[in-house]
Design a protein around this ligand. Structure first.
Ligand code: 16G
Length: 239
């Protein structure tokens, strides 16, 4: 099963074998993996090589380690469909997970020129600046910063923002119709890593979204840092 003469390095072949076991369901989330020694004996390879394979799978979120206990299979990533313009609360609820937020910042600030241009408002017009950690079943998933024109959306409070922003907007008859979004890969810097409970330098996705109302008025600017070990995006394509 491991080809020692292959140009594909042995650690990579082992990582693929383990990944195949996870994808086929033979290894389930939470299952413990054999020890490094057991792998080394089974495949007649060095423990260093086994460690390299496990490191690779740990770095891309397939496995996690608990000091002194061993290596375990991670939970499946949350799949987010790219076509629906849904809220975090809706996404998590649809998956049977409990959404919650930890509010880090809630302020009205004067819009910078950059924010004003994107929201079609004047520089220094009031905007809400909201920073939240978004959690699913109490596990941090994303760090999100929203800018919303305070003249457009009145009466936003900390209590409301601890629930769902989109639900509040819709209750105020502010109906979001479309959005444009970019997704880039990035690495968690110190603050992001602390809030998301990942290592500094862990892979994350930087998502920026501009949301518009039916008449084309921009309603929010959002910058989200999502954990790449917990999220993946799916999209259906036609040709
Ligand atoms: C999602 C949106 C964000 C929106 C938020 C509202 C992405 C990348 N971002 O996190 O733009 O502000 O949902 O969530 O999907 P809420 O209604 O739960 O507050």
């Amino acid at each position: 099963m491991i080809e020692k003469n292959s140009p594909i390095p042995i650690y990579y072949q082992l990582a693929e074998l383990i990944q195949e076991e996870i994808e086929s369901g033979n290894l389930q989330p939470g299952d413990a993996l054999p020890s490094e020694r057991e792998f080394a004996e089974k495949y007649q390879i060095s423990r260093m090589t086994v460690r390299q394979a496990l490191n690779l799978l740990e770095n891309n979120g397939k496995l996690y380690r608990i000091q002194g206990k061993g290596t375990f299979v991670s939970e499946q990533k949350i799949e987010k469909h790219l076509l629906g313009l849904t809220s975090f609360t809706e996404d998590m609820t649809a998956r049977g997970l409990k959404p919650s937020s930890r509010l880090l910042q809630f302020e009205i600030i004067p819009a910078t020129l950059h924010i004003a241009n994107q929201l079609y408002i004047k520089e220094y017009d009031p905007v809400y600046e909201i920073k939240r950690i978004r959690l699913a079943d109490d596990v941090p998933m994303a760090l999100e910063t929203n800018y919303i024109s305070a003249n457009l959306l009145k009466g936003l409070t900390e209590q409301i923002i601890n629930q769902s922003l989109y639900a509040y907007m819709e209750a105020q008859s502010i109906i979001i119709e479309s959005a444009s979004q970019t997704i880039e890969s990035s690495l968690a810097e110190e603050m992001e890593a602390n809030f998301l409970k990942v290592k500094v330098g862990a892979p994350v996705m930087l998502i920026q979204r501009n949301t518009f109302l039916q008449n084309g008025t921009p309603v929010e600017l959002v910058k989200s840092i999502y954990r790449a070990d917990r999220y993946k995006f799916t999209i259906q394509m036609g040709r």
